[in-house]
Write a protein that binds this ligand. Structure first.
Ligand code: BJW
Length: 232
């Protein structure tokens, strides 16, 4: 089982949240990543996600060596490989992972708060847009999980955590729950090996049996290569 966070996409040109130059150094999370912020100022929130969606669609943004290594793992590992990402970008899909869950949603999807329709969306979104299904205007929102909202697929995630034999956490600072609590869950309920691959020790670094630090494009491919070439 693999958990990824913003750090894995940093070398693809996408910003992290809590690094010195990260997203939360420029905008307030209360304003753009809470349902209350969206209710207060939907235009600001749309602007924030429109800019990130447009950047994700820039042809220069592509999966890096770490994403590609995880896709290779899914293809070549003899058992199940389940990838849970906190990222709303689609770089894991573009790299080739298929057994994948976006627990904090997807930037290229939106949903309607009036009729709950979900749809693909790569253009700008605004308060003036009507839902293509129910035609109510102003109730479309990014399909992302904000603070105070329930992350997606938690039942499936905890089932996978309960039966995993290896738990890898990559490029996440360990500040946001429930994802930050997965390693404790695995250690409490399984005998799985736990490993953190990150640029620096995360908030929960001491909970991992093994820690490896460096840029994801270096440490992830090396770790996957070693896993796949280990005698089984
Ligand atoms: C590199 C690198 C390179 C850099 N190579 N590495 C008190 C206690 C406990 C919990 C709570 C609490 N008060 C409130 C809560 C709950 C709250 C929470 O966790 N708050 C904390 C801040 C305290 N959580 C929630 O509200 C969640 N919902 C919830 O809990 O529902 C109830 C529930 C309970 C139990 C079970 C189930 C449900 C929802 C959280 C929603 C998070 N949403 C966001 C924004 C939306 C998506 C978006 O716009 O993109 O998701 S916040 C933001 O943080 C985003 C990310 O997915 C998330 C995690 O960030 P991530 O990925 O870790 O990024 P960074 O920037 O923090 O770290 C990057 C790391 O990479 C760093 O360590 C770098 O060193 C490293 N790095 N370059 C390798 N090249």
């Amino acid at each position: 089982m693999i958990l990824t966070g913003a750090g894995i996409s940093k070398e693809s040109g996408l910003d992290t949240f809590r690094c010195e130059d990260g997203i939360w150094s420029r905008v307030s999370l209360e304003d753009v990543a809470t349902p209350e912020g969206f209710a207060r100022n939907p235009r600001l929130v749309h602007e924030f996600y429109n800019a990130r969606r447009s950047k994700l669609c820039d042809p220069e943004i592509a999966p890096n060596a770490a994403h590609l290594a995880l896709a290779r793992l899914e293809q070549e590992w003899p058992g199940d490989v389940f990838l849970v990402t906190q990222n709303i970008d689609d770089l894991h899909e573009r790299a080739g992972n298929r057994n994948l869950l976006h627990m904090h949603g997807e930037l290229k999807k939106i949903r309607c708060d009036a009729c709950d329709a979900h749809m693909e969306w790569v253009d700008e979104l605004g308060v003036e847009h009507g839902c293509p299904q129910c035609h109510v205007v102003g109730r479309l929102r990014p399909h992302v999980v904000w603070f105070g909202e329930m992350p997606i697929g938690m039942d499936r995630i905890y089932e996978a955590l309960d039966r995993c034999t290896l738990f890898m956490s990559i490029g996440t600072s360990g500040h946001v729950y429930p994802a930050a609590g997965f390693v404790s869950h695995v250690r409490m309920y399984t005998r799985a090996h736990t490993v953190e691959l990150n640029m620096e020790p995360s908030n929960g670094a001491t909970l991992f049996a093994e820690t490896i630090y460096g840029p994801a494009t270096e440490v992830v491919p090396a770790y996957i290569e070693a896993l796949l070439s280990r005698p089984r």
